[in-house]
Design a protein around this ligand. Structure first.
Ligand SMILES: NC(=O)c1ccc[n+]([C@@H]2O[C@H](COP(=O)([O-])OP(=O)(O)OC[C@H]3O[C@@H](n4cnc5c(N)ncnc54)[C@H](O)[C@@H]3O)[C@@H](O)[C@H]2O)c1
Length: 328
């Protein structure tokens, strides 16, 4: 890391266990941020191959103009470890990115816990396994949490920090500060099935599949609609900001139509009913999930239009390359 840090010390070195899709991308991110990284896969041969792939990938990114040439030197801070004990021996942060199997996680996390320095934070990249359950595999439950990266980890900004019921709030704060410091955009959530990001992502996918199954649209038409309608807004705004701008009373009415037509599960949630009943209808009433002054509302809507115009220009620079050849 480049500058001295105030407050609790942030990790300067990391061990990554599992050098697949995610582990390798996180290793690249950590190395480019200036951390010392020890990487280990299931066998020394696999670890060696992973390091070669990492080198090739970074060269590819440099050739494509996505990284500066110096990025290659930064990779010198990544070493292949012989085994988990070797990888974690002096790590401040251990990230487990082994396959999504509870048996493998049990074995790997227990070994990390037994071998890493007592002060090390242990994090798991699991996409779905309950963090409270995985915490049973380590003694240092207060220094254990979920750190859920998104593919491709070297480019996707968000990292979901998942606290278990045992995680020390200071450790959550250190993880958050650390991720901010290396250029990521962390969000902290509690442990629940699918956490938050995948729960929302899979609700979208479930309905996309249902629309195709019911013969309403083809996969290609669903893809076009999602990316070019509400998906167009998502790089800039989350669902609560979007709903505030649309009008919360309008959203409540739409839920009424959906529940009348699609049945139980589609009623407007109480949180929405209550906020509408309180007269908080979004930007039009200067209050919704967020509060706005007159000036803030005007600035927000103008900024929104500027962002959408800029996004249109960006999209025009990247015409579709990957139209599906056939549909399932
Ligand atoms: N792929 C994604 O989009 C994605 C996104 C977020 C989180 N995750 C999660 O990240 C974790 C890793 O996923 P992935 O997609 O990188 O999987 P992957 O299969 O690409 O990589 C897993 C790696 O772990 C190695 N491995 C197996 N057993 C091991 C052991 N005992 N010790 C060390 N390494 C071992 C494998 O050889 C492999 O290289 C999973 O928990 C997954 O749910 C995946």
């Amino acid at each position: 890391m480049d500058e001295p840090v105030k407050g609790p010390a942030l990790p300067q070195s990391a061990a990554i266990i599992g050098a697949g899709t995610m582990g390798l991308g996180v290793a690249e991110t950590f190395a480019l941020a200036g951390l010392d990284v020890a990487l280990v896969d299931a066998t020394p041969v696999l670890t060696g191959r992973a390091l070669e792939r990492l080198d090739e990938r970074v060269r590819g990114h440099i050739d494509a103009g996505l990284l500066p040439a110096e990025a290659l030197e930064r990779l010198l801070s990544v070493r292949a470890a012989d085994d988990i004990a070797d990888a974690v021996q002096s790590a401040d942060l251990v990230l487990e990115a082994a396959p999504e199997s509870i048996e493998i996680k049990r074995e790997v996390l227990a070994e990390c816990d037994a071998r890493a320095p007592a002060a090390a934070i242990i994090a798991t990249n699991t996409s779905s396994l309950p963090i409270d359950e995985l915490a049973a595999f380590v003694q240092r439950k207060e220094r254990f949490l979920g750190m859920h990266w998104f593919n491709p980890p070297e480019w996707t900004p968000a990292v979901e920090i998942i606290r278990s019921e045992f995680t020390d709030p200071l450790i959550v704060e250190i993880a958050r500060e650390f991720l901010l410091r290396i250029g990521k955009r962390p969000a902290t959530v509690a442990s629940a099935p699918g956490f938050v990001a995948n729960r929302i992502q899979f609700a979208l996918f479930r309905e996309a599949l249902a629309c195709v199954e019911e013969g309403l649209a083809t996969p290609a038409d669903v893809d076009e609609l999602v990316r070019s309608s509400f998906g167009f807004r998502l790089p800039f705004y989350g669902p609560f900001q979007i709903a505030d701008m649309a009008g919360l009373d309008v959203y409540a009415s739409i839920f009424d139509v959906l529940s009348a037509g699609l049945g139980p599960g589609w009623e407007a949630p109480e949180l929405l009913r209550d906020i509408v009943a309180a007269g908080r209808l979004g930007t039009k009433s200067l209050a919704g999930f967020y509060d706005y002054s007159d000036d803030e509302r005007a600035a927000l809507l103008l900024e929104r239009d500027k962002r959408y115009a800029a996004l249109m220009r960006l999209l025009e620079a990247f015409p579709d390359q990957s139209k599906p050849r056939s549909e399932a």
